[in-house]
Write a protein that binds this ligand. Sequence first.
Ligand code: R7I
Ligand code: MG
Ligand code: MG
Length: 332
Amino acid sequence: GGPASLSRFRGALVAAVLGDCVGGEFEGAEEVPMESVLQHLSSLDDETKGNGILEYSDDTAMARCVAQSLLTRAGFDEQDMARRFAKEYSASPGRGYGSGVIQVLKKLSSPQLSDVYQPARDQFNGRGSFGNGGAMRAAPFALAFPDQADVKRFARLGAMLTHSCSLGYNGAVLQALAVHLSLQGALDLPQQFISRLITEMEEVEGNEAARNDARILKEAEKPFCERLHRIRDLMDRSKVSIEEVISELGQYLFPRECLPENYGGLKRTIAYSLALGRDTDTIACMAGAIAGCCKGAEDADMNAEWLHMLYHQSSPGGRSETGEQSFPEQHL
Ligand code: R7I
Ligand code: MG
Ligand code: MG
Protein backbone atom coordinates (compact mmCIF):
# COMPACT_ATOMS: atom_id res chain seq x y z
CA GLY A 1 0.00 0.00 0.00
CA GLY A 2 1.33 3.40 -1.07
CA PRO A 3 0.16 6.86 -0.01
CA ALA A 4 -3.46 6.91 1.21
CA SER A 5 -3.87 3.17 0.59
CA LEU A 6 -6.60 1.22 2.37
CA SER A 7 -4.06 -0.48 4.62
CA ARG A 8 -2.91 2.90 5.93
CA PHE A 9 -6.48 3.86 6.76
CA ARG A 10 -6.94 0.58 8.58
CA GLY A 11 -3.61 1.00 10.33
CA ALA A 12 -4.48 4.46 11.64
CA LEU A 13 -7.82 3.48 13.12
CA VAL A 14 -6.85 0.06 14.43
CA ALA A 15 -3.61 1.24 16.03
CA ALA A 16 -5.47 4.07 17.77
CA VAL A 17 -7.89 1.59 19.36
CA LEU A 18 -4.99 -0.69 20.24
CA GLY A 19 -3.11 2.17 21.90
CA ASP A 20 -6.16 3.15 23.92
CA CYS A 21 -6.91 -0.40 25.08
CA VAL A 22 -3.34 -1.35 25.88
CA GLY A 23 -2.56 2.07 27.38
CA GLY A 24 -5.49 2.00 29.79
CA GLU A 25 -3.48 -0.19 32.14
CA PHE A 26 -1.19 2.70 33.16
CA GLU A 27 -3.36 5.79 32.76
CA GLY A 28 -2.69 8.21 35.59
CA ALA A 29 0.54 6.55 36.79
CA GLU A 30 3.27 9.14 37.47
CA GLU A 31 6.09 6.79 36.57
CA VAL A 32 5.97 3.62 34.53
CA PRO A 33 9.18 1.56 34.45
CA MET A 34 9.92 0.12 31.01
CA GLU A 35 10.06 -3.29 32.69
CA SER A 36 6.38 -3.03 33.67
CA VAL A 37 5.49 -2.04 30.10
CA LEU A 38 7.28 -5.04 28.63
CA GLN A 39 5.67 -7.31 31.21
CA HIS A 40 2.23 -5.93 30.40
CA LEU A 41 2.76 -6.38 26.66
CA SER A 42 4.01 -9.94 26.99
CA SER A 43 1.10 -10.84 29.28
CA LEU A 44 -1.21 -9.66 26.49
CA ASP A 45 0.63 -11.93 24.05
CA ASP A 46 0.15 -14.84 26.43
CA GLU A 47 -3.37 -16.10 25.88
CA THR A 48 -3.33 -18.22 29.02
CA LYS A 49 -3.20 -15.08 31.22
CA GLY A 50 -6.17 -12.82 31.83
CA ASN A 51 -9.50 -13.07 30.10
CA GLY A 52 -8.13 -11.81 26.80
CA ILE A 53 -10.54 -8.88 26.61
CA LEU A 54 -9.34 -5.29 26.94
CA GLU A 55 -11.80 -2.44 27.46
CA TYR A 56 -11.61 0.64 25.29
CA SER A 57 -12.12 4.06 26.84
CA ASP A 58 -13.63 7.44 25.94
CA ASP A 59 -10.82 7.96 23.38
CA THR A 60 -12.11 5.13 21.20
CA ALA A 61 -15.79 5.76 21.94
CA MET A 62 -15.58 9.40 20.79
CA ALA A 63 -13.37 8.64 17.75
CA ARG A 64 -16.01 6.15 16.65
CA CYS A 65 -18.69 8.87 16.95
CA VAL A 66 -16.53 11.15 14.77
CA ALA A 67 -15.97 8.47 12.12
CA GLN A 68 -19.62 7.42 12.01
CA SER A 69 -20.86 10.99 11.83
CA LEU A 70 -18.46 11.87 8.98
CA LEU A 71 -19.54 8.72 7.15
CA THR A 72 -23.32 9.02 7.55
CA ARG A 73 -23.38 12.76 6.84
CA ALA A 74 -20.73 12.44 4.08
CA GLY A 75 -18.93 15.40 5.64
CA PHE A 76 -18.89 17.47 8.81
CA ASP A 77 -22.25 18.10 10.47
CA GLU A 78 -21.84 19.61 13.94
CA GLN A 79 -25.41 18.85 15.04
CA ASP A 80 -25.07 15.19 14.16
CA MET A 81 -21.64 14.83 15.73
CA ALA A 82 -22.76 16.55 18.94
CA ARG A 83 -25.79 14.28 19.15
CA ARG A 84 -23.61 11.19 18.75
CA PHE A 85 -21.23 12.33 21.51
CA ALA A 86 -24.16 12.89 23.87
CA LYS A 87 -25.80 9.58 23.01
CA GLU A 88 -22.57 7.64 23.37
CA TYR A 89 -21.92 9.21 26.77
CA SER A 90 -25.39 8.45 28.11
CA ALA A 91 -25.19 4.87 26.85
CA SER A 92 -21.79 4.21 28.53
CA PRO A 93 -20.86 6.98 30.96
CA GLY A 94 -18.20 4.87 32.67
CA ARG A 95 -15.50 4.96 30.01
CA GLY A 96 -13.20 7.29 31.91
CA TYR A 97 -14.20 10.65 30.43
CA GLY A 98 -12.41 13.78 31.65
CA SER A 99 -14.09 15.27 34.72
CA GLY A 100 -14.99 18.56 32.99
CA VAL A 101 -16.21 17.28 29.63
CA ILE A 102 -19.01 15.32 31.32
CA GLN A 103 -20.89 18.60 31.86
CA VAL A 104 -20.67 19.38 28.14
CA LEU A 105 -21.86 15.93 27.13
CA LYS A 106 -24.86 16.19 29.45
CA LYS A 107 -25.81 19.62 28.06
CA LEU A 108 -25.39 18.38 24.48
CA SER A 109 -28.19 15.87 25.02
CA SER A 110 -30.72 18.63 25.73
CA PRO A 111 -33.23 19.00 22.86
CA GLN A 112 -33.62 22.74 23.68
CA LEU A 113 -29.98 23.47 22.89
CA SER A 114 -29.76 25.88 19.94
CA ASP A 115 -25.98 26.38 19.65
CA VAL A 116 -24.07 23.10 19.94
CA TYR A 117 -20.80 25.00 20.58
CA GLN A 118 -22.15 26.87 23.61
CA PRO A 119 -21.72 24.17 26.29
CA ALA A 120 -18.02 23.90 25.43
CA ARG A 121 -17.61 27.69 25.70
CA ASP A 122 -19.07 27.66 29.21
CA GLN A 123 -16.36 25.34 30.54
CA PHE A 124 -13.78 26.51 33.08
CA ASN A 125 -15.33 29.92 33.77
CA GLY A 126 -15.86 30.66 30.11
CA ARG A 127 -12.28 29.96 29.01
CA GLY A 128 -13.06 26.53 27.64
CA SER A 129 -11.18 23.28 28.20
CA PHE A 130 -7.55 22.84 27.14
CA GLY A 131 -7.73 19.06 27.77
CA ASN A 132 -6.59 16.63 25.10
CA GLY A 133 -10.08 15.20 24.49
CA GLY A 134 -10.36 16.99 21.15
CA ALA A 135 -7.01 15.68 19.93
CA MET A 136 -7.62 12.11 21.08
CA ARG A 137 -10.49 11.72 18.56
CA ALA A 138 -9.05 13.79 15.68
CA ALA A 139 -7.61 11.04 13.45
CA PRO A 140 -10.83 10.33 11.46
CA PHE A 141 -10.83 13.91 10.13
CA ALA A 142 -7.56 13.16 8.34
CA LEU A 143 -9.10 10.05 6.80
CA ALA A 144 -12.33 11.73 5.66
CA PHE A 145 -10.87 14.77 3.87
CA PRO A 146 -8.06 14.57 1.30
CA ASP A 147 -7.64 18.35 1.27
CA GLN A 148 -5.33 19.66 4.00
CA ALA A 149 -7.33 22.86 4.51
CA ASP A 150 -10.45 20.77 5.17
CA VAL A 151 -8.58 18.56 7.62
CA LYS A 152 -7.50 21.62 9.62
CA ARG A 153 -10.87 23.35 9.50
CA PHE A 154 -13.04 20.38 10.43
CA ALA A 155 -10.67 18.95 13.04
CA ARG A 156 -10.85 22.35 14.76
CA LEU A 157 -14.65 22.56 14.58
CA GLY A 158 -15.06 18.94 15.69
CA ALA A 159 -12.88 19.57 18.74
CA MET A 160 -14.71 22.82 19.57
CA LEU A 161 -17.85 20.83 20.35
CA THR A 162 -16.19 20.04 23.68
CA HIS A 163 -12.96 22.11 23.78
CA SER A 164 -13.21 25.82 23.07
CA CYS A 165 -9.79 26.87 24.41
CA SER A 166 -7.30 27.16 21.54
CA LEU A 167 -4.90 24.74 23.23
CA GLY A 168 -7.65 22.16 23.16
CA TYR A 169 -8.73 22.57 19.54
CA ASN A 170 -5.29 23.35 18.10
CA GLY A 171 -4.06 20.10 19.63
CA ALA A 172 -6.73 18.38 17.56
CA VAL A 173 -5.59 20.25 14.44
CA LEU A 174 -2.00 19.15 15.05
CA GLN A 175 -2.99 15.51 15.60
CA ALA A 176 -5.15 15.47 12.46
CA LEU A 177 -2.35 17.09 10.44
CA ALA A 178 0.13 14.49 11.71
CA VAL A 179 -2.15 11.68 10.57
CA HIS A 180 -2.79 13.49 7.27
CA LEU A 181 0.93 13.75 6.53
CA SER A 182 1.66 10.25 7.77
CA LEU A 183 -0.98 8.91 5.41
CA GLN A 184 1.03 10.43 2.54
CA GLY A 185 4.19 8.70 3.76
CA ALA A 186 5.77 11.73 5.43
CA LEU A 187 7.10 9.64 8.33
CA ASP A 188 9.75 8.23 6.02
CA LEU A 189 11.60 11.51 6.55
CA PRO A 190 10.99 12.25 10.24
CA GLN A 191 12.86 15.58 10.43
CA GLN A 192 11.00 16.89 7.42
CA PHE A 193 7.74 15.59 8.88
CA ILE A 194 8.24 17.73 12.00
CA SER A 195 9.29 20.74 9.90
CA ARG A 196 6.13 20.53 7.86
CA LEU A 197 4.05 20.38 11.04
CA ILE A 198 5.89 23.48 12.33
CA THR A 199 5.14 25.37 9.12
CA GLU A 200 1.45 24.52 9.40
CA MET A 201 1.19 25.24 13.12
CA GLU A 202 2.93 28.62 12.69
CA GLU A 203 -0.15 29.68 10.79
CA VAL A 204 -2.66 27.83 13.00
CA GLU A 205 -1.27 29.41 16.17
CA GLY A 206 -0.68 32.80 14.62
CA ASN A 207 -4.12 34.30 15.28
CA GLU A 208 -5.23 36.55 18.11
CA ALA A 209 -7.34 33.92 19.94
CA ALA A 210 -4.42 31.49 20.19
CA ARG A 211 -1.96 34.18 21.28
CA ASN A 212 -4.39 35.41 23.90
CA ASP A 213 -5.01 31.93 25.37
CA ALA A 214 -1.27 31.23 25.43
CA ARG A 215 -0.68 34.49 27.32
CA ILE A 216 -3.40 33.74 29.89
CA LEU A 217 -2.11 30.22 30.46
CA LYS A 218 1.50 31.50 30.73
CA GLU A 219 2.50 29.32 27.81
CA ALA A 220 5.02 29.99 25.07
CA GLU A 221 3.80 32.40 22.37
CA LYS A 222 2.97 29.45 20.11
CA PRO A 223 2.80 26.43 22.45
CA PHE A 224 2.59 23.66 19.85
CA CYS A 225 5.28 25.19 17.62
CA GLU A 226 7.50 25.45 20.64
CA ARG A 227 7.05 21.70 21.46
CA LEU A 228 7.65 20.76 17.85
CA HIS A 229 10.90 22.76 17.82
CA ARG A 230 12.01 20.88 20.94
CA ILE A 231 11.18 17.57 19.22
CA ARG A 232 13.28 18.59 16.22
CA ASP A 233 16.19 19.51 18.50
CA LEU A 234 15.97 16.14 20.26
CA MET A 235 15.85 14.35 16.91
CA ASP A 236 19.09 16.00 15.83
CA ARG A 237 20.87 14.31 18.72
CA SER A 238 22.09 10.74 18.46
CA LYS A 239 20.89 9.54 21.85
CA VAL A 240 18.08 10.85 24.03
CA SER A 241 16.97 9.31 27.33
CA ILE A 242 13.31 8.76 28.12
CA GLU A 243 13.75 11.03 31.18
CA GLU A 244 14.84 13.87 28.91
CA VAL A 245 11.86 13.31 26.64
CA ILE A 246 9.48 13.48 29.59
CA SER A 247 11.07 16.62 31.02
CA GLU A 248 11.41 18.39 27.65
CA LEU A 249 8.07 17.52 26.15
CA GLY A 250 5.83 16.24 28.86
CA GLN A 251 4.89 13.23 26.83
CA TYR A 252 5.33 12.60 23.11
CA LEU A 253 7.97 11.24 20.81
CA PHE A 254 8.78 8.36 18.59
CA PRO A 255 10.75 5.53 20.13
CA ARG A 256 14.22 4.43 19.11
CA GLU A 257 16.07 3.39 22.23
CA CYS A 258 15.61 1.05 25.17
CA LEU A 259 13.16 -1.38 23.58
CA PRO A 260 13.65 -5.02 22.54
CA GLU A 261 15.20 -5.43 19.07
CA ASN A 262 12.42 -7.72 17.90
CA TYR A 263 9.69 -5.11 18.47
CA GLY A 264 8.20 -3.73 15.25
CA GLY A 265 7.49 -0.03 14.66
CA LEU A 266 3.97 0.01 16.04
CA LYS A 267 4.76 -2.04 19.12
CA ARG A 268 7.69 0.30 19.84
CA THR A 269 5.45 3.31 19.55
CA ILE A 270 2.88 1.90 21.93
CA ALA A 271 5.41 0.54 24.44
CA TYR A 272 7.21 3.89 24.54
CA SER A 273 3.94 5.76 24.99
CA LEU A 274 3.11 3.65 28.04
CA ALA A 275 6.57 4.15 29.54
CA LEU A 276 6.06 7.94 29.45
CA GLY A 277 3.40 7.50 32.14
CA ARG A 278 0.37 9.61 33.08
CA ASP A 279 -2.10 9.86 30.16
CA THR A 280 -0.99 6.56 28.66
CA ASP A 281 -4.20 5.52 26.90
CA THR A 282 -4.50 8.83 25.07
CA ILE A 283 -0.82 9.16 24.17
CA ALA A 284 -0.73 5.57 22.88
CA CYS A 285 -4.00 6.10 21.01
CA MET A 286 -2.76 9.26 19.27
CA ALA A 287 0.72 7.93 18.57
CA GLY A 288 -0.89 4.72 17.30
CA ALA A 289 -3.02 6.66 14.82
CA ILE A 290 0.10 8.36 13.42
CA ALA A 291 2.41 5.34 13.44
CA GLY A 292 -0.36 3.06 12.21
CA CYS A 293 -0.12 4.75 8.80
CA CYS A 294 3.51 3.79 8.27
CA LYS A 295 5.36 0.75 7.04
CA GLY A 296 5.26 -1.61 10.03
CA ALA A 297 1.49 -1.52 10.13
CA GLU A 298 1.30 -2.02 6.40
CA ASP A 299 3.30 -5.20 6.76
CA ALA A 300 1.15 -6.41 9.61
CA ASP A 301 -1.96 -5.66 7.63
CA MET A 302 -0.68 -7.48 4.55
CA ASN A 303 0.37 -10.38 6.69
CA ALA A 304 -3.01 -10.49 8.34
CA GLU A 305 -4.68 -10.60 4.97
CA TRP A 306 -2.44 -13.40 3.72
CA LEU A 307 -2.79 -15.37 6.94
CA HIS A 308 -6.52 -14.95 6.77
CA MET A 309 -6.50 -16.42 3.27
CA LEU A 310 -4.20 -19.23 4.27
CA TYR A 311 -6.31 -20.00 7.32
CA HIS A 312 -9.48 -20.32 5.31
CA GLN A 313 -7.90 -22.20 2.43
CA SER A 314 -6.43 -24.82 4.72
CA SER A 315 -9.65 -25.59 6.61
CA PRO A 316 -11.46 -27.84 7.09
CA GLY A 317 -9.16 -30.71 7.81
CA GLY A 318 -5.96 -28.68 7.59
CA ARG A 319 -5.23 -29.08 11.27
CA SER A 320 -3.33 -32.17 12.44
CA GLU A 321 -3.92 -33.97 15.75
CA THR A 322 -1.07 -32.12 17.41
CA GLY A 323 -2.62 -28.75 16.59
CA GLU A 324 0.03 -28.01 13.98
CA GLN A 325 -1.15 -26.41 10.84
CA SER A 326 -0.17 -27.98 7.56
CA PHE A 327 -0.13 -25.38 4.78
CA PRO A 328 0.40 -26.19 1.14
CA GLU A 329 3.95 -25.06 0.30
CA GLN A 330 3.01 -22.90 -2.66
CA HIS A 331 1.00 -20.49 -0.46
CA LEU A 332 4.07 -19.64 1.66
O1 R7I B 1 -10.07 16.78 27.55
P1 R7I B 1 -11.03 15.78 28.06
O2 R7I B 1 -12.03 15.24 27.13
O3 R7I B 1 -10.24 14.59 28.74
C1 R7I B 1 -9.56 13.66 27.98
C2 R7I B 1 -8.82 12.75 28.90
C3 R7I B 1 -8.10 11.65 28.18
O4 R7I B 1 -6.96 11.31 28.94
C4 R7I B 1 -9.08 10.52 28.20
O5 R7I B 1 -8.44 9.26 28.09
C5 R7I B 1 -9.78 10.70 29.54
O6 R7I B 1 -9.11 10.06 30.57
O7 R7I B 1 -9.74 12.10 29.76
O8 R7I B 1 -11.81 16.32 29.33
P2 R7I B 1 -11.80 17.73 30.06
O9 R7I B 1 -12.52 17.51 31.32
O10 R7I B 1 -12.29 18.81 29.15
O11 R7I B 1 -10.26 18.04 30.35
C6 R7I B 1 -9.50 17.11 31.07
C7 R7I B 1 -8.95 17.78 32.33
O12 R7I B 1 -8.04 18.81 31.98
C8 R7I B 1 -9.99 18.45 33.19
O13 R7I B 1 -10.71 17.55 33.98
C9 R7I B 1 -9.12 19.42 33.98
O14 R7I B 1 -8.48 18.74 35.03
C10 R7I B 1 -8.08 19.83 32.96
N1 R7I B 1 -8.42 21.12 32.34
C11 R7I B 1 -8.40 22.30 32.94
N2 R7I B 1 -8.10 22.63 34.21
C12 R7I B 1 -8.15 23.93 34.54
N3 R7I B 1 -8.49 24.91 33.66
C13 R7I B 1 -8.80 21.32 31.08
N4 R7I B 1 -9.04 22.64 30.85
C14 R7I B 1 -8.79 23.27 31.99
C15 R7I B 1 -8.82 24.66 32.38
O15 R7I B 1 -9.11 25.58 31.60
MG1 MG C 1 -9.47 7.46 27.87
MG1 MG D 1 -6.39 9.33 28.62
